[in-house]
Design a binder for this molecule. Structure first.
Ligand code: B12
Length: 219
């Protein structure tokens, strides 16, 4: 199989909810020394296709649940081969969580893992986190960056409430939002400083924030 074939086969296995096949392909690519971030990228595309099946009523909630389980198992295989950066000094402190009303956490967990690899200290509040909990933790932990995750359209209102509360309590640290459907328009609605639909890009933004090189916005 060529690289393109394996990539397409993995996307199809996830899209078709073929757990054994998906895991076998991931194991094979890890053994071949493939970049784990490219493997994650393919899995993300497979998940996007699962979502599209769901929208067309070809899959139901059980399909989403199964896809979530496949992705979790894939990440168990990938996590050990994602290499941390050599620095031992904390690059910055990030308070992370999925906003209230939203329980999607696979993307957030990737962000957590990649930030950890880049020596950030990450405080992950989990999922369905109310604005007041973010605000209390900001007071206690004084993070350099607040990072909010949300996949549902309805989570934009939660993000906005969270940002409003944090700003009203005097938070000056930058706020970055991430999730599959986030856009510049959503970022402006929410009142966040940065946005992204990609974990790797999000980590780069966090690194640029810490070195004072980040431009507001995202992509
Ligand atoms: C798996 C899944 C689930 C699983 C989640 C399991 C889990 N532990 O997370 C379960 C079954 C729980 C679920 C439930 C629901 N889901 Co769902 N789900 C999905 C699905 C198929 C994949 C999501 C995923 O994990 N993708 C893979 C990850 C890696 O990608 P990601 O999350 O986008 O994260 C990446 C980036 O966005 C970024 N990122 C993410 N967060 C952050 C944060 C920061 C700070 C940064 C920097 C970056 C970043 O980094 C990641 C890597 O690059 C999507 C389809 C889709 N298109 O996304 C639907 C989808 C999100 N779900 C949807 C729906 C409707 C639901 C339900 C309402 C279904 C129902 N009837 O109950 C419930 C909602 C429950 C709730 N209250 O949250 C819709 C949302 C539609 C909308 N516009 O609001 C989608 C889009 C499916 C669809 N096309 O209709 N779901």
């Amino acid at each position: 199989m060529t690289d393109t074939d394996t990539s397409a086969a993995l996307i199809a296995a996830i899209s078709d909810l073929q757990v054994d096949q998906a895991l076998a392909l991931v194991r094979r690519r890890i053994a071949a020394g493939d970049d784990p971030l490219l493997i994650i990228q393919d899995c993300k595309e497979g998940m996007r296709q699962v979502g599209a099946h769901y929208e067309r009523n070809e899959y139901f909630l059980a399909g989403l649940i199964m896809a979530g389980e496949i992705f979790r198992e894939v990440m168990e295989l990938i996590q050990p081969v994602v290499s941390p950066s050599p620095s031992s000094r904390a690059a910055g402190r990030v308070l992370l969580g999925t906003v209230e009303g939203d329980i999607h956490d696979l993307g957030k967990n990737i962000v957590n893992m990649l930030l950890g690899c880049r020596s950030f200290a990450v405080y992950d509040l989990g999922v369905n986190v109310p604005p007041a909990v973010f605000a209390d933790q900001v007071d206690e932990l004084q993070p350099d960056i607040v990072a909010l995750s949300g996949l549902l359209t309805s989570s934009y209102d939660s993000m906005r409430e969270t940002v409003d509360l944090l700003r009203s309590r005097g938070l000056r640290a930058p706020i970055i939002i991430g999730g599959g459907q986030i856009s510049d328009e959503v970022c402006r609605y929410v009142g966040a400083d940065y946005w992204t639909t990609d974990a790797v890009a999000g980590v780069e933004i966090c690194q640029q924030i810490m070195t004072g090189e980040a431009f507001k916005g995202g992509g």
